[in-house]
Design a protein around this ligand. Structure first.
Ligand SMILES: NC(=O)c1ccc[n+]([C@@H]2O[C@H](COP(=O)([O-])OP(=O)(O)OC[C@H]3O[C@@H](n4cnc5c(N)ncnc54)[C@H](O)[C@@H]3O)[C@@H](O)[C@H]2O)c1
Length: 384
């Protein structure tokens, strides 16, 4: 296997956080890699294993708080320009996002992320995953990998055969398994904090909550909300997902699509499907006073966080409230203890409230306040 370490520069604190700046795609990867205003990453590893067809990028944004932790995305990058360039940019942006997420989750981990280039349906083999594991292992623990889009618990079990710095494994292989249980629990805590900030009590009792996407995370969230006394309305492009929820909880109502959901009379909107849920079309149409959900990268472009604030809608930053999953995989590294991980995920309530307080004090949207708090923790970690 060939290892190319592109750079290993010490971390500099970014002035702009990841909020609304997820894709500085007008820049080249090398500009993003070195420029502190776009990230200032520590290290990038380009990996190729000809025998298995593996091409991968491992990006370490920061190890200021500890070993970089973040998942492995397996994606085809059908870019009109060069797919490799798109993959590097994705890895850089995702790694940077993980630094912020891990910092605010209170984890002693920096941010990193890997991407494997190619269609997982076509090229994912045991040989390829083992080769990938050897590359992650070559970093000697500076980067700890886990699942992301296109990789699953079973894949991490394979990677772990070559690499001890692998988490998100199955219980049979000594791991914690599916992370959606604690992700949903963390989103619920963020929603309770949002209720406290909006209506003066940390409960969704009597509130109408609309969930777009009732997959792994969304359906667990339904259960928390019903238990808390909320009225729940859901939508999903997959009829089976809705039917599963309605079979277990007949009191839940369903609407045809996300557009119908956000225009219906809601107190809280919970995007739990794909990224980009909040854009120039959806924000003006929202009836909800609170947005809090599991989906990653909910803000479609920079400025949406301000549009939400201008409309008096409280936005609980996605990467803060959906950190239950990364809290789980970080705990697994110490021998998984569900109660310990759940206690840590419960702190998402306090963190979300602290972000709202900071936003009010600084006169900025909560998404920007989250970035500031994360940068503060990274800077303190570096000094310690
Ligand atoms: N699983 C985790 O632990 C975790 C952790 C952090 C963040 N997230 C994020 O949370 C979101 C949900 O994750 P998940 O694990 O539940 O995924 P999932 O694939 O199990 O569920 C997503 C659901 O959304 C539905 N969906 C897709 N497009 C839709 C649309 N346009 N309108 C309505 N429904 C739609 C799908 O049919 C599916 O049922 C994703 O954005 C994911 O990145 C998940």
């Amino acid at each position: 296997m060939g290892v190319t370490t592109v750079t290993d520069v010490r971390h500099t604190v970014s002035v702009d956080g990841p909020t609304g700046s997820a894709a500085p795609d007008s820049s080249s990867a090398l500009t993003t890699l070195f420029a502190s205003d776009q990230g200032g990453h520590e290290q990038v590893l380009l990996c190729q294993d000809r025998a298995s067809g593996l091409k991968a990028v491992i990006a370490i944004h920061s190890t200021a708080l500890g070993p970089a932790l973040g998942g492995t995305r397996f994606h085809a990058y059908a870019s009109e320009t060069r797919p490799e360039e798109a993959a590097v940019m994705d890895a850089l942006n995702l790694a940077r996002g993980m630094s912020y997420k891990n910092a605010l989750a209170g984890l002693d981990h920096g941010g990193g992320k890997a991407v494997i280039i190619g269609d997982p349906e076509q090229i994912k083999t045991e040989e390829l995953l083992l080769a990938y594991g050897r590359f992650v292992a070559s970093l000697g623990g500076r980067y700890v990998t886990a699942c992301d889009v296109g990789t699953y618990v079973a894949d991490m079990d394979v990677v772990a055969r070559e690499c001890p710095w692998t988490t998100g494994r199955s219980p049979e292989a000594g791991g914690a398994g599916d992370s959606s249980v604690l992700t949903a629990y963390g989103v619920f805590q963020g929603m309770r904090a949002s209720a406290q900030a909006s209506w003066g009590a940390p409960t969704l009792r009597g509130r109408r909550v609309g969930i777009a996407g009732v997959g792994k995370v969304g359906h667990h969230l339904v259960a928390h909300l019903l238990e808390d006394g909320a009225e729940v309305v859901v939508t999903d492009v997959r009829a089976e997902s809705v039917e599963r929820v309605r079979a277990r909880h007949p009191e839940v109502t369903a609407v045809a699509d996300t557009d119908a959901l956000i225009r219906s009379d809601l107190d809280v909107y919970a995007p739990c499907a794909l990224g980009g849920a909040l854009d120039d079309a959806t924000v003006p149409a929202l009836t909800a006073r609170v947005v809090c959900g599991a989906a990653n990268n909910q803000l479609a472009h920079p400025g949406v966080e301000k549009d939400l604030a201008d409309r008096g809608i409280l936005y609980a930053p996605d990467y803060v409230v959906n950190a239950g999953g990364v809290i789980q995989v970080a705990d697994e590294l110490h021998g998984f203890d569900f109660d310990r991980a759940k206690a840590k995920a419960a702190k998402i309530f306090d963190t979300t409230l602290a972000i709202f307080d900071r936003a009010q004090a600084d006169g900025i949207p909560p998404a920007a306040a989250a970035d500031r708090l994360a940068e503060q923790r990274m800077a303190e970690g570096r000094r310690a």
